[in-house]
Design a protein around this ligand. Structure first.
Ligand SMILES: *Cc1c(COP(=O)(O)O)cnc(C)c1O
Length: 231
């Protein structure tokens, strides 16, 4: 993490961005004939300092996402204190040696993507406050991207279930160089096939499209917190 302590925090700008994103979510839901309450805004706060996240907490945001276990473990215990309704999602890759820490820090792990990880999670499934799990799907079959291939999903889902894991949703990051709608539709279809209520898809650039295709969780970073210096 870079030292962002000196970054100026402009609260009215944060509020303006939040209200804009919220009204876009509402408009997209209504346009799709859906209730806005069906869509949860996940504020993706990776790389952003606690003081900035605090502004959004004070504005009432309660659902956040981080992509690194270590960073979240450093920032969130203090931010979470006294806020029982907070929900923290892991949206980045999970290494096996970080599983125990991830189970402690996160309420939802969206990036379950391989059998080894499923086994490591299953070994901890009786832990207090064991997180909800979403399977990450590589809808574009991109070699460099994590996620289960769509055709492997039935087998992987069955494998997780056999291990005693409950799967609560699906998550995807579509290829950057293709129209996202096709990928969003595929993910929503698969979720429906497996009776999974949660569909995590859509980021700053395309969350309205994702909502039109059935997203229940949109993951918005830049449009809320501003550009990131680092990934
Ligand atoms: C960073 C990130 C986001 C947020 O992306 P923005 O374009 O900044 O909104 C969403 N999902 C995942 C998995 C991410 O890593």
């Amino acid at each position: 993490m870079k030292n962002l302590g000196a970054e100026k925090i402009h609260e009215p700008l944060c509020e303006k961005r939040l209200r804009e994103v919220q009204s876009e979510i509402e408009a997209a839901a209504l346009a799709a004939g859906r209730a806005p309450s069906e869509v949860t805004l996940l504020a993706i706060s990776k790389t952003k300092p606690a003081a900035l996240i605090e502004v959004f907490l004070n504005l009432g945001v309660r659902h956040f996402g981080e992509n690194r276990v270590q960073e979240a473990a450093e920032k969130w215990p203090d931010l979470r204190a006294g806020r029982a309704d907070l929900e923290l999602h892991l949206v980045g890759p999970l290494q096996r040696n970080k599983v125990k820490q991830a189970v402690e820090v996160f309420d939802v792990i969206q990036t379950l993507d391989r059998e080894k990880l499923a086994r490591a999670l299953a070994a901890l499934k009786d832990a207090a406050d064991f997180p909800k799990l979403y399977i990450q799907v590589n809808t574009g079959a991109e070699p460099q991207k994590s996620g289960v291939l769509p055709q492997d999903l039935p087998e992987f889902h069955a494998y997780c279930t056999q291990l005693g894991l409950t799967i609560d949703g699906l998550m995807a990051i579509p290829p950057v160089d293709e129209p996202a709608a096709r990928h969003f539709e595929l993910l929503a279809e698969r979720a429906a096939q497996f009776g999974l209520a949660n569909v995590s898809m859509g980021m700053s650039n395309d969350f309205a499209t994702a909502i039109a295709c059935g997203a229940t969780h949109v993951r918005v970073g830049t449009s809320l917190f501003g550009a990131r210096d680092t990934v």
